[in-house]
Design a binder for this molecule. Sequence first.
Ligand SMILES: [Zn+2]
Length: 425
Amino acid sequence: MKKYESFRRFLAVLACSCCMFLALFAAVQDSLYALSPAQLKTHRSGVWYFNVDRDNNVCSNESSTSTSQAESAGTNLDYAGNPVLSEAQLEAIRQNQSIYEQAATQVDIPWQMIAVIHLRETGLKRYNPGNGQGVYQFVNMQGGPYPAGDIDEAEFLRQTILAAEFIKAKAGSNLPQNQNLTAQASTDAIKDTFFGYNGRAEVYAQQAASLGFDPNTQPFEGSPYVMNRADAQRDPAVNPTGWGQIKTDGGGIQYPANNDYGAFVVYASMAGISTVCSAGIGQFVWPVDGTANVSGCFGEIREGGRPHAGLDIGAATGIPVLAVTDGSVRVAGPWEGYGPNFVAIDHANGLSTSYGHMDTMSVKVGDQVRAGQQIGTVGNLGNSRGSHLHINFYMTETGEDGPHLNPLQNGLTIPEGTPNPSDCK
Ligand SMILES: [Zn+2]
């Protein structure tokens, strides 16, 4: 992101925070400013704080074996909207990504799993620690103990392949039949693999049960190593007496758990399958289930000089509209500009999506929807010229009229073959 652009947005934000009435003049489908989630840190006293030059918000849009280096970062926000990985950690992961990918491809696991273990074991170092264990701390094998100090690319790859094999070997009963953790990876299989890596303590199954999970099929949901800070219940800062951790080998559970993000929480932030992008590896479901074209870009200037707040998808009236990912319906009814059948859905991790101009809607407030579930049909109602779906992405806490996000930069991918004459990105 260009500094100038950030500064311009900063001015817009400052101006807007002082002038609430401006919102009254803004067409509801427009936004006065647009921040990406990575830029958007906290909202205090009406002022937005965000990082300049930060552009790590892109959910990975491809499978792990073909993900480009530029797409190494997932949404990188925890449930509360805070960055999971620091800027330095993201940069280190980018530097190492091609090695992770080579090893991951050989073993057939998502490369992000290797990065998570690397982060947890030696903080993404490219030198052997002093204990002879290597950069993954468990590869004192096949040539170990290793001499402390820097390692070259070939040695890093060699250790990374060992690590990948070790991780794959920990995949447990939830591993898909095809032994493939990469294609259509079940999040449960990933969680279970991390659980097996750390140790399948019975007390964590009990902790999972106490939080409402099935202790037989989802014991990993009770493990801080896997799920720490995945949500409020599993955030030691929020739930210090109900969320504990085994802190010494063979010891009992202690409260609160430590503060480290769980392995899966970190994984999700990189893989783009966090609760923000839970539809698959880095992808939301395309919200129009039928022939469509991209008919309006996020950010393009519309009447009145305001940027377009969402993405327009042209499609015939009556074609099903689908929820892009799991969530809870917050609005289902009339909304100014968007017609009588407007739906807004709150997803985990602080993201919301909304769907405008629909001809019909098939959900009500409070409904829990799944990724890909039909919520209505494409229409031409409200402030609309031609049948299309208008979809918005924004952070839940800022609301429908707050800053909007570019769907195409936050996990939504245009399906192959879908016309995109304006080359929206
Ligand atoms: Zn629109």
